[in-house]
Each structure stands twice: as structure tokens, then as C-alpha cells.
Write a protein that binds this ligand. Sequence first.
Ligand code: ADE
Length: 233
Amino acid sequence: MKKIGIIGAMELEVDTLKSQMEIKNITAKANMEFYEGSLNGTPVVIVRSGVGKVNAGICVQILADLFSVTHVINTGVAGSLDSRIDIGDIVISADAVYHDVDATIFGYLPGEVPQLGRREFTADPDLVTLAAASCQEANPHLHVFTGRVVSGDQFISDKAEKERIIKTFGGYCTEMEGAAIAHAAVLNAIPFVIIRAISDKADDSAAMAYPEFERKAAQDCARLTAHLVAKIQ
Ligand code: ADE
């Protein structure tokens, strides 16, 4: 029986979904509230993790241990790393990588956590395909891209830092939780996908753009996530 964990870092990213669900139980743990119930008939646990990698990793572990979720979806906003990807567009993760992990002195790749045996956390191909199809159906006017999500504990709002990230990691968008959610999901063998709507360009214009576009981007992403949940077998 499927049970889908849906994580947004901020209340804005999960409030629409929570208002649409039928709530059976609310569990408080680690400064998070886990809303258990159903979304259009599908069993879900929806939670606001808080911002950043540690919150994100803890959140996935609780979803695994306390709720035995079968899938993890991360919904939210991100800064674009690619000139083709504009504010309002959607990025679906092919994989996720950390941009602020550096053990290169010991021969590891930039972004690679030592002794893990991988740098990239690969999203579940079926979830990726379903997410792309859901987006065409739920948000037909939005452009959808599938590619790398790059994460770190920094809000990127500086052109030089953006260029460094692009040069080192490639990537379609940057945010602050995706790779940690992916990392924890992989360690627990739970299929995952990250879906992000672009709120800014992760450059010197980001501080101005973000507050203006955050809400609409978060809502578009939530609409897509609700659509996706119904498609997962
Ligand atoms: N979330 C939305 N925009 C972001 C940015 N520019 N950097 C990090 N996280 C973000």
C-alpha cells in the first residue's frame, strides 16, 4: 500500500496541500508537524521540514521510521541556474548534488560526501516521468525541465557564486534541501523526486525577485504535486 511523504521547507510550500487533504492525525516531532491522512483518496503524510539540509534529512528519517512512507516528494521553490529556465518554470530532479560539500583534498569529487560511494543522488525514474506528465496536465502553460537540482545551506544571490556552482556542478536549479532529502531517501531505499518552481535567478536580482514570485511558484508546484500523488501506483 502506497503512503507518500510530501515535504516542503516552508509553510507556504505545503499550506495549499494541507488545506486540500483529509487529516486523520497530526504528530509533532523535531519541531515539525506531520499531517497524516489522504489527498484525493491517496494516503499521504505532509510536513513542513524547515529550511536547510539538516532539517530536510531529519524530516525524511522521521517519515521513514515513524510513518513507513513508500515514496518521498519534495515540493517548493528554487533559483534558476540555466538561462533557458525562467521564473515560473518547473524543474523536476533527474538527480541531486550538494554544492557546499568539499573533501576534494582527499581525492573526492566536489560535492561528494566521503565514503558514501556516490556524489549524485538519482531520482526515481518512474516518479520523474509521472511528475513531468502531471505537469503537462496540471500546469499546461508552464515550461517543464528535467535535470540536476543542486543544494546547499546558502541562499544564492550573487552572480559569481552562481557561476561557480554552474561551472563545478552544472545543474538546472539551486535550493537548500533537495540533495539532503535525496541523500536520506537513498539511504533508506525510498524512491524520491524533487519538484521545484523557479522563484528567482539565483543572482544579484534574487533578493528582489524572490519575495515577488515565491507564492505563485510555491502554489504551482503544490498543484502539480497533488496531481502527481494520484498517479503513483
Ligand atoms: N530557493 C529559492 N531561491 C533560492 C536561491 N536563489 N538559493 C537558494 N535557495 C533558493
